[in-house]
Design a protein around this ligand. Structure first.
Ligand code: ADP
Length: 249
C-alpha cells in the first residue's frame, strides 16, 4: 500500500496576478523520499509555485493536498506544523551566532521554549544533543562553535537546511540552495541534500544542470507557469522540447 501521508500533491494549481497567469494547471506530485528538481527558465514560475505550496501565496485555482489533507486554504504556519519546511534563495542566518546556537534556537522555537532554552531547564541537554545530531547529519559538527560569518558560504547554506530540518519536516522545499555558492562547494552541498534521511521528501529549484542531473531522481520542467514535462533525468535530458526551451540546444 502506498503511504500517502508523506506526499505533496497539487491539482490544477494556478495563480493569477491581475491579468497575468503566473502558474497554470500545475499537477505536481512529490513521492515519499523524493529528490525532485523543479527546473525552468527565469520567470517560469518556480518560486511562485513554492510560494503557493508553502502558503505565502493563495492560489486562484486548483488545490494542494498533503497526505490525505486538503491544505489549499491552510495558512503557512499550519502547513509548517504539519511538516512542510522551506529555505529561501537569500541567506537568512544571524552572522554572529554559531551553528550550534542557531540550531538550538530553531529547535527551541519548534518546542515552544522561546528564549528560555538557556535556563537550566530539564530539556536543555536534550535540545543541545538534538542540535549536535542535526549538525552531524549535515557534516557541520566540526564547525558547531565557529561564528556563522566565518563559515564558507556553502556551509552557511547547509546550516540553513539544518535550521529547516530542526522543525522535523516531512517535506523540504529548497529554493536554489546553491545560489551564490562557489562551484567547488556546490557538489558537497547537494551530496548532503541527497543523503538526507529517506523519510524526508525534497523538492529543489536549481539552475545548474550538472547538479540537477547528478542529484535529482525526478525532474519537473516548468515553462510559462505550466509543467512542460516530468520524468527521470535520462528522459528529461533526451526530451527535445526541454532542450529547445530550456537547455537552449
Ligand atoms: P522563477 O522563479 O521561475 O524565475 P517567478 O516565480 O519568480 O519565476 O516569477 C514568475 C512570473 O511571475 C514572473 O514573470 C514574475 O515577474 C511574476 N510574479 C511573481 N510574483 C509576482 C507578484 N507578486 N505580482 C506580479 N507578478 C509576479
Amino acid at each position: 500500500m502506498t503511504n500517502t501521508t508523506h506526499t505533496l500533491r497539487t491539482q490544477d494549481l494556478g495563480v493569477r496576478f491581475g491579468a497575468f497567469q503566473a502558474v497554470a494547471d500545475v499537477n505536481l506530485s512529490l513521492e515519499p523520499g523524493a529528490r525532485q528538481a523543479l527546473i525552468g527558465p527565469n520567470g517560469a514560475g518556480k518560486t511562485t509555485l513554492i510560494n503557493l505550496l508553502t502558503g505565502v501565496l493563495k492560489p486562484t485555482s486548483g488545490s494542494i493536498h498533503m497526505g490525505g489533507t486538503d491544505i489549499t486554504r491552510l495558512p503557512g504556519d499550519k502547513r509548517a506544523r504539519m511538516g512542510l519546511a522551506r529555505t529561501f534563495q537569500i541567506n537568512t542566518l544571524f552572522p554572529s551566532l554559531t551553528p550550534l546556537l542557531s540550531v538550538v534556537l530553531a529547535i527551541s522555537e519548534r518546542e515552544g521554549l522561546g528564549a528560555t532554552w538557556w535556563r537550566p531547564l530539564k530539556g536543555c541537554t536534550a535540545v543541545f544533543d538534538e542540535a549536535h545530531a542535526l549538525l552531524r547529519t549535515l557534516k557541520l559538527d566540526g564547525l558547531a562553535d565557529v561564528p556563522v560569518a566565518e563559515l564558507a558560504y556553502g556551509k552557511q547554506r547547509l546550516l540553513e537546511i539544518a535550521l529547516a530540518l530542526a522543525a522535523k519536516p516531512r517535506i523540504l522545499l529548497l529554493d536554489e540552495p546553491a545560489a551564490g555558492v562557489p562551484q567547488d562547494e556546490s557538489g558537497e552541498l547537494f551530496e548532503a541534500i541527497a543523503a538526507l534521511p529517506a523519510d524526508i521528501s525534497v523538492l529543489f529549484i536549481e539552475h545548474d544542470m550538472k547538479l540537477v542531473f547528478r542529484f535529482a531522481r525526478r525532474i519537473s520542467v516548468l515553462v510559462g507557469g505550466r509543467i512542460l514535462t516530468e520524468g527521470m533525468p535520462s528522459d528529461i535530458g533526451a526530451d527535445p522540447r526541454v532542450r529547445e526551451v530550456y537547455l537552449g540546444s
